[in-house]
Write a protein that binds this ligand. Structure first.
Ligand code: NDP
Length: 261
């Protein structure tokens, strides 16, 4: 909905990747002036269409629209972004549902890179309901391969550096370019930079993409750090499609039709 330039890039990437994977995708681009009832009608149509297994609403929405109300309109069984309150609640309770793609991507990225989070002190900076908070819920689940001790920081945190310097694993998801300086990172820590920030630049595009972490400074002391772009971003797209496949499999189980694999 609307013309957010970053959203246009994300939607294009998701569509291209879906095509590569053999997942059919359809997108409906509505004008910034679209009202909640118009958006809701599109969501309802996909909710009711049995050939659709996953539905997402690209955020941010133009000012004046109630994103939470519209996200809650998506069928929880098709909510592959995991933003529906039902799925947020399931994650918090450790029940089966859909985990939002970025937190899921961070946990899979750590696991597949051989970084064990069990028992580790993880400090997450940023408590949004799409990244920081679900990641804290996920990593602290009492489950093999998770089971971390998590500190969740935000703009009201007093003396942020006193916490980040304790982190064995530090995750930055603030939307503040280069907020995390080298001096804020414990030597030997693993650093995951979720931030994707457009910063004005004299180059041909007029901007460049920067993370929330001072990559050059942190590289000196960290055991590992994810690059921006190219770290968490592609994992997010991959996990969105993994969730879509999961949604399709669950739909097939409910109707006892053959699995899509
Ligand atoms: P939000 O703006 O929703 O949340 C930012 C969080 O950071 C808030 O909790 C805020 O605190 C906290 N924060 C802001 N400034 C500070 C500070 N100085 N010290 C401590 N905490 C601070 O952002 P999102 O979670 O949506 O996104 C965060 C970043 O991740 C963005 O750059 C976004 O583009 C990127 N992103 C990347 C994705 C990917 O796939 N790579 C996917 C989603 C997001 P408070 O709550 O107090 O305001």
């Amino acid at each position: 909905v609307g013309d957010d330039p970053a959203s246009e890039v994300y939607v294009r990437t998701k569509k291209r990747t879906a095509e590569d994977l053999g997942i059919a995708s359809d997108d409906r681009h509505l004008a910034a002036s679209a009202g909640a009832s118009e958006i809701g009608a599109v969501l309802d149509g996909w909710n009711q269409d049995p050939s659709v297994h996953g539905v997402l609403l690209q955020l941010p929405l133009p000012a004046g629209l109630d994103a939470a109300a519209l996200l809650a309109r998506i069928d929880p069984e098709k909510d592959v972004d995991g933003f529906h309150p039902m799925n947020a609640g399931r994650l918090m309770l450790g029940l089966e549902g859909f985990v939002p793609a970025t937190p899921l991507g961070v946990s899979v990225l750590l696991a597949r890179s051989g970084v064990d989070v069990e028992g580790k002190l993880v400090v997450i900076v940023g408590r949004s309901s799409i990244v920081g908070r679900p990641l804290a819920n996920l990593l602290s689940l009492r489950r093999k391969g998770l089971n971390a001790t998590v500190i969740l920081c935000h703009s009201g945190t007093r003396d942020l550096a006193s916490l980040t310097t304790q982190a064995e694993i530090l995750v930055a998801a603030t939307g503040r370019p280069r907020l995390i300086r080298g001096s804020m990172v414990r030597p030997g820590a693993v650093v995951v930079d979720v931030g994707v920030n457009r910063v004005k630049d004299a180059g041909p595009k007029g901007y460049r993409i920067e993370g929330d972490v001072c990559f050059d400074e942190v590289l000196e002391t960290a055991a590992a750090i994810t690059p921006v772009p190219g770290g968490v971003g592609p994992m997010t797209v991959a996990m969105l499609h993994a969730n879509t496949l999961l949604a399709a499999e669950r739909a097939c189980e409910r109707t006892s039709s053959p699995s899509p694999r």
